[in-house]
Design a protein around this ligand. Structure first.
Ligand code: SOE
Length: 386
């Protein structure tokens, strides 16, 4: 770890107050490699809750409003370098816009925004302002996911033929949002807060991004169906899609939040002309590689060689690393990029696997195509990637 040579970057947070889940994950992840200190926050739209949440998290400067925070932090000599946006989806774009306009780097939770138009505007603004816009597609922070990408990139699988990705959870199998006590379920199933995509936006976009990240390929067409199993729910809780790739490969993606018994079962299998590989998020310290006609090889974190996996790992082989470290990897890469952008240097090569605003735009294109296909009873739709 390269400590000591870096100034600790000052981070602010919008959202993530008491009762939230992902805010606490971002706080741990940002601090894990000692590259950020959390100094400011507008943690809740309720001023009292914002204050209490900031005190609990040890955040010195608490704001009742994120607009006020963007202005006040820009005016300070010791204002924040970056902001983490961990609000419900409908606020991602307005909050990110305010901080980018103020010249502050952004780390934002997925999905990027609630519409493609909003997402494209964010991508444009981030480029104009020359600020970092990192999108936290956590699972691409795993060392073995990055290693899988390397293997494919180096041709170890041959020509890719089949991509199978799935993300199954069961926590929305019952209408838990109706009790009004589960904040997570509440906003994720409310289209005015989550946007038009439920399960599709919440975890379908993770599956889509993981497949694209590892294979280096984007599908150009899909046929899809979204479905709502739970009676009365106002948003999808299940999605399934068939994918076609420009090289002729075929793919399938399904994501469900009503798959009884499933915890956080994000799984990817990729088959090429020479070999196949399999990754299971619930066992992130191993990756299975099987050559055509050969026996399965279990590759393990800390034992696979190469700079890419080494950059994303922290402890020796056999000591499990997991979700928090994968999340921290995104913050580590973000810190490297913020330093480079602020110094007018090229982005460091080892940081380039960080998921960006463009990955977010790709996710929104996927959402649009899925919803259009589903509304047309599964008709094939083009996905325009540029
Ligand atoms: C809930 O479905 C959730 O917390 C997602 O919102 C996250 O993005 C995913 O990482 C885990 O599950």
């Amino acid at each position: 770890m390269q400590q000591g040579t870096h100034r600790r970057l000052r981070l602010g947070m919008v959202g993530g107050g008491q009762g939230a889940f992902i805010g606490a994950v971002h706080r741990i992840a940002a601090r894990l490699d000692d590259r950020f200190e959390l100094v400011a926050g507008a943690l809740s739209s309720d001023p009292q809750r914002a204050q209490a949440s900031a005190a609990e998290a040890g955040i010195a400067r608490s704001y009742a409003d994120w607009r006020e925070m963007a202005l006040a932090e820009t005016a300070r000599d010791d204002g924040i370098d970056a902001v983490a946006i961990v609000t419900p989806n409908y606020l991602h774009a307005p909050v990110a816009t305010a901080f980018l306009e103020a010249g502050i780097h952004v780390v934002c939770d997925k999905p990027l925004a609630v519409s493609l138009a909003e997402g494209e505007a964010l991508a444009k603004l981030a480029r104009e302002k020359n600020r970092l816009f990192a999108l936290t597609h956590t699972y691409s922070g795993y060392p073995l996911v990055r290693h899988a990408r390397e293997l494919i990139n180096e041709g170890e699988l041959g020509e890719i033929r089949v991509v199978q990705v799935e993300y199954a959870q069961d926590w929305l199998a019952e209408p838990i949002e109706t009790a009004g006590t589960n904040k997570q379920a509440g906003w994720r199933t409310d289209p005015s807060l989550a946007g038009p995509a439920g399960c599709l936006g919440d975890i379908g976009t993770h599956a889509y991004q993981l497949a694209a990240f590892v294979t280096g390929m984007m599908p150009h067409a899909l046929s899809a169906e979204v479905h709502t199993f739970v009676a009365g729910r106002r948003i999808d809780d299940h999605v399934q899609a068939m994918l076609r790739y420009p090289n002729g490969a075929r793919g399938m993606l399904w994501a469900s939040q009503v798959a009884s018994g499933a915890e956080n079962a994000l799984r990817l299998r990729v088959y090429g002309t020479k070999a196949g590989l399999a990754f299971d998020q619930e066992h992130p310290n191993e990756l299975w590689f099987t050559p055509l006609g050969g026996s399965a090889e279990r590759l393990t974190r800390g034992r696979v060689t190469g700079a890419v996996a080494a950059h994303a790992t922290r402890v020796p082989p056999g000591h499990p690393e997991g979700y928090l470290e994968a999340f921290a990897q995104l913050y580590k890469d973000a810190a490297l990029q913020i330093e480079a952008l602020d110094a007018g240097r090229a982005l460091p090569a080892e940081s380039l696997l960080l998921t960006t605003v463009d990955d977010g735009v790709a996710g929104l294109r996927f959402i649009d195509a899925v919803l259009a296909s589903s509304a047309a009873d599964g008709q094939w739709r083009a996905i325009i990637n540029d």
